[in-house]
Design a protein around this ligand. Structure first.
Ligand code: TMP
Length: 253
């Protein structure tokens, strides 16, 4: 079989050419970078994030949020729609944490009176700086209609995920979303892309405030793999065979 053409390699995923035009294969790695860009590995993370992202994007699709997800191919790969990516990430915050806590010198864990959506430029040259709507429209990274669509989708995703995670005892503190444009003839839709997983969300146990996300890795808190497993387990979607199966065969079909 011919080797697949690699389209892009990021911190935690690789994109390959898909089997049909307009599709890509998204491969989830175990690699993780911390804030100082030190490389590390979270064993089994790719398998769990593939599964969690499949699950959440599937549910979001059912409530009418358009996503790039088509189907899972195997333990580390999913088939997705190829999009024209918008170089702006949206971060939705429900509770003060991370960069917001630092920037505003506020204690982590302060609840926000209402959800706040921030924009960040996705850039390889500078560390994804926060930007304003004015930068986005002035530099034509996205139009005002695109922004309206992304904002509306981000708030719907937040409402839905808040309830879903609350139901399994997790507080959705914040999360990051990426979007792209899907062209169907002359018609264009804004579609949710990338992944939704403990790499891209902050999830705290509702009772104990224990962190069950990538902050365990970023901040050297230990029990990193267990945190990812715990989130999957609470969602009822641990990979077949449980944690032991996580380094299992690459191709399952
Ligand atoms: P922040 O507090 O560092 O801005 O992160 C906000 C949320 O965005 C948090 O849930 C983690 C997620 N995030 C990513 O998914 N990728 C990134 O590169 C960064 C910086 C944050």
């Amino acid at each position: 079989m011919a080797r697949r053409k690699q389209i892009y390699e990021g911190k935690s995923k690789i994109l390959f050419e898909g089997p049909e035009p307009g599709t890509l294969v998204q491969y989830f790695k175990d690699d993780a970078l911390d804030r100082d860009n030190r490389k590390g590995t979270i064993t089994g993370k790719g398998v769990i994030n593939n599964r969690i992202s499949e699950y959440l994007m599937g549910l979001l699709g059912e409530i009418g949020v358009p996503t790039h997800f088509i189907r899972r191919l195997n333990m580390r790969e999913q088939l997705i729609r190829e999009l024209e990516m918008i170089p702006v990430a949206l971060v939705v915050r429900n509770v003060v944490a991370g960069r917001m806590a630092k920037r505003l010198s506020m204690p982590e864990g302060t609840p926000l009176p209402r959800s706040i959506v921030e924009y960040y430029l996705k850039s390889d040259d500078v560390e994804d700086p926060m930007i304003a709507e004015e930068h986005i429209t002035a530099f034509d990274w996205a139009g005002t209609q695109d922004l309206d669509d992304m904002m509306a989708l981000a708030l719907r995703v937040n409402d839905f995920l808040n309830g879903l995670f609350y139901g399994v005892g997790l507080r959705l503190v914040d999360f990051r979303l990426e979007f792209g444009r899907l062209w169907e003839g002359d018609f264009m839709r804004i579609v949710l892309a990338d992944e939704i997983s403990p790499d891209t969300c902050r999830l705290w146990d509702i009772k104990t405030n224990e962190k069950l996300d990538k902050d365990r890795f970023r901040r050297d808190l230990g029990h990193v793999e267990e945190a990812y497993q715990e989130v999957a387990s609470r969602l009822g979607i641990l990979p077949e065979g449980g944690p032991r199966d996580m380094k299992g065969p690459e191709v399952m079909q």
